[in-house]
Structures are given as C-alpha cells and as structure tokens.
Design a protein around this ligand. Sequence first.
Ligand SMILES: Cc1cc2nc3c(=O)[nH]c(=O)nc-3n(C[C@H](O)[C@H](O)[C@H](O)COP(=O)(O)OP(=O)(O)OC[C@H]3O[C@@H](n4cnc5c(N)ncnc54)[C@H](O)[C@@H]3O)c2cc1C
Ligand SMILES: NC(=O)c1ccc[n+]([C@@H]2O[C@H](COP(=O)([O-])OP(=O)(O)OC[C@H]3O[C@@H](n4cnc5c(N)ncnc54)[C@H](OP(=O)(O)O)[C@@H]3O)[C@@H](O)[C@H]2O)c1
Length: 425
Amino acid sequence: MGCELTAGGAAIVVVGAGPQALCLCAQLLRKRPRWRRHLRVIDPAGAWLSRWRRQMHRLEVPMLRSPAPHHPHPNPNALRDYAHGRGRGHQLHGPFGQPHTGLFSDFCQQLIDSENLAALVRPGQVRELRLAPCRSGPLELSLASGERLQARQLVLACGPGEPRWPAWALDLPPLHPPAALQHSRTLNLPALGRLDGQRVLVVGGGLTSGHLALGALERGATVELLCRRRLRAQPFDSDPGWLGPKRLKAFAAEPSWQRRRQLVRQARGGGSLTPEVRHRLEQARRGGRLRLHEQIEVRQLHWGGSHWQVACSDGSALTVERIWLATGHQQGVSHQPLLRQLQRQRPLELVDDWPVLSPELGWGGAGVFVMGGLSALQLGPAAATIHGGREGARRITAGLLHRCPPASATVLGSGAESLRAAPER
Ligand SMILES: Cc1cc2nc3c(=O)[nH]c(=O)nc-3n(C[C@H](O)[C@H](O)[C@H](O)COP(=O)(O)OP(=O)(O)OC[C@H]3O[C@@H](n4cnc5c(N)ncnc54)[C@H](O)[C@@H]3O)c2cc1C
Ligand SMILES: NC(=O)c1ccc[n+]([C@@H]2O[C@H](COP(=O)([O-])OP(=O)(O)OC[C@H]3O[C@@H](n4cnc5c(N)ncnc54)[C@H](OP(=O)(O)O)[C@@H]3O)[C@@H](O)[C@H]2O)c1
C-alpha cells in the first residue's frame, strides 16, 4: 500500500448508498479488499439502492436508458455475462443492450451479495459535517439520530439536489389537495387508481415526462403534455461521443471552467425522450388522448375547487384535474445541504454554482470527494448517470489510494458504538 495505517486514524465514510456509491465501493474493494473494515456507507434506508429502486418502481420505468456496460460492477461486461448466463439475454434491448429494470436490479443485488457489501451500510441521515480545524485531523459527521461519526476521508454520493419546482407552482394558496399538484420525485403511479375521465397536465420534456404521460394514459386519463421547447427524441441524454474519449478528451483539455460549463449545457441541450417513448406518445396523440403543447410555458394557475385553470404563455387556457411536474432536479452546491456546509467551511471556486473539483473529484484538499452531477466540470455531461458513477469511482479510488487510507471510524457521543477497526495485518 505504500504507507502505514495508524491506529488513531478514521475510516472512509460514503454518504449515500445509490448506484454511484455502489460503483465506488465495488471498485475500491476490488483494488484494496482489506480496506473493507475501514469503509462505512450511510444511507437513511440502511440498504443499497433504496431510492433508485423506489423511483424506478414509482415511475414504472421498464428499462434503463443507459447501455449494458453502464452498471456498478468493475468489469463492464459483467451485466451481459450475468444476463446470458441466466437465460435473460432477451432482457437486454437493441444494439446498446439497455437492460430491463428488473435485470439491472437483480444484477446489482448479486454484486452486493457476492461481495458482501450489504454489511457496509448502516442507517442514518447525515445532517452536518465539520471539517477538522487542522488538515491532518478527522472530519466529523452528525447524523439525524444525534450520533456523531468521525472520518478521515468522506465521499458525498447523495444523488441529485432538490426537486425543481417552476416559479408558477410555488407559493400558491393552500386550497388544492396535495394530489392535484405533484412533482415526479413524490409521484407514485402504482398507488394511483384509475383516472378515467380525468385530465392530467404533464410539464417537462425529459424522459420522466414521457413515463408520467404514459402512466396517466394507461390509467384512462387524457394528457396535456406541455414542454417549454420542442420535444426531442434521442437514445441517450447526450451524444454517445460524450460517453468515451471522442468528446471527453477535448473536454478534459479545455482550460476554461466557464467553457466546460457551457459545453456540458450544450451537450445535454435540455431534456429528451427516447425514440420508443416518443413513438408511444405520438400514437396516443393520433388517437386523440394526448395533446402536445410545444414551446409553451405555464404563466398562472388557479384552483377552482375541483380542477385547475391554467393560463399559458401563448394566451391559451387549459382545464385539468391534476398537474404532474417532470421538471427534474436542481443542480448546484446551493441546493445540496452538505455541500452548502462544505462551501461555508472551505470555499471553493464555483462556476454557475458548480464546484471546481480536483481531477480526483476532491474538494480542495479537504479530504472530501464529490460524486454525481456536481462533478460535471471534471466528468462531462454524463456525470449524474451510472456512467458518471463508474468514472467518478475510478478517479476517487485513485485519489484514496494516493492519499493513504484511514484505519477506523469512531462513533462519538453517548453510548458510543465503536466502529474501530481490527488491527491491520
Ligand atoms: C426515473 C429515472 C430513471 C433513470 N434512469 C437512468 C438510467 O437508465 N441510466 C442512468 O445512467 N441513469 C439514470 N437515471 C439517473 C439516475 O438518477 C442515476 O443513474 C442514479 O440514480 C444516480 O445514482 P446516485 O447514487 O447518484 O443517486 P441516488 O440513486 O439518488 O442515491 C443517493 C442516495 O443518497 C442518499 N442520501 C442523500 N442525502 C443523504 C444524507 N444527507 N445522508 C445519508 N444519505 C443520503 C439518498 O437517500 C439516496 O439513497 C435515472 C433517473 C431517474 C429519475
Ligand atoms: N431509464 C429511463 O427510462 C429513465 C426514465 C426517466 C428519466 N431517466 C433519466 O433521468 C434523468 C432525469 O430525467 P428527467 O426527465 O427527470 O429530467 P430532465 O432530463 O432534467 O428533464 C427535465 C425537463 O423539465 C423541463 N423543465 C425544467 N424546468 C422547467 C420549468 N420551469 N418549466 C417548464 N419545463 C421545465 C426541462 O426543460 P428544458 O428541456 O428546456 O431544459 C426538461 O425538459 C435523465 O438522465 C433521464 O434520461 C431515465
């Protein structure tokens, strides 16, 4: 390993147990199996992929958008091998092999079981983080339970920021029932009954808007799909060149952070649907059950007791019983509580609220690494996806190996449960 572990050190703590954190733990432990005892993952669910599974179930997402090599196992062929080895090759779609959601979930579970990764996760919501006053000291985390935990290195893999609510949906008088206006983050399609005779306004132009529109149609509703630009269809969020060296090499060579920010924005170009979902929506449009409103925004809402009156930017008006927001999530340091705290304690250059991390995704030498969408100035437009998780894991693993690992984690506070590691052999 090249450096000695000291008994007074602390563990690597990963906040969040989503797909990105799973990429990291699988890669790190493949490189350094004996670091297992120094690694802890904290997530409110106390289990891997809880939020990911919930969102796929609630939005009835039948398959992933990302291709077969994008998964948390260090070997990119592992998902294909798993599928073919179990006679489930038909659950990989098209030339890119996009996996069925169930296949992907089972594959991840097999990875978790075979590497005994479930044992790394403990339940908890990290509320506060405090950097050490001197650079060599441990960081301290406070959990919602009141427990405190020390860590030598911290990885934030908390997923996207807060749901994005358009201005017109904020500060409405509390007259409507909650179910009349919901964001995709909290919508639960399987829990809804039939919606026959109801009109649902779906706002947004990303793939979530497509799934919500299809979910409403399947339940018998008619749909008004309102998109602030033209609806676009493409297999992935951005050009596949952004998933490999073709575009990322030039991106990495770009010295201006502002320009990188611009490149990410342009590469994504807003939300998009897959051609399959676009086709199904088009069929519904032809059948008269879906109306598409492009390049239009909502201006104002009024709840009339049993339905919404919606005034639109082109002067038209809509009447609907439900409004579903598929407007994505806020991305920026100011929208992530732990990153806000970090920025207060160790200010880092921000470009349009995105942090300028080190190439290993480190936060200015603070012993903190950041995974997910906010690593986009280093990883490019796919940073928030599973592809970004793989690349982020590779870089953070390199960073952790370089920094020399911690020896244990210690829970502070009353009745302190010790996570102190056994001596290193
Ligand atoms: C419907 C939908 C479908 C998608 N499909 C794809 C796809 O096919 N392919 C693809 O590549 N990407 C897809 N994405 C993007 C997707 O969000 C990511 O792939 C993936 O979920 C990101 O993983 P993550 O680990 O960053 O975040 P998450 O899955 O959100 O996991 C983060 C975890 O951190 C926990 N956490 C947050 N804050 C704290 C805290 N303070 N303390 C403790 N724990 C905390 C959360 O509870 C959560 O469990 C999809 C997104 C959506 C919404
Ligand atoms: N596997 C799957 O099948 C699946 C399913 C769902 C989602 N996903 C993935 O999950 C990620 C997130 O997708 P998403 O659709 O939730 O989010 P998204 O791709 O960020 O799309 C959000 C959409 O909301 C629009 N929007 C934002 N604010 C708005 C406002 N104030 N008024 C009107 N419209 C507004 C955006 O418009 P602009 O286009 O103008 O920015 C965009 O079209 C993507 O990577 C996607 O591919 C995958």
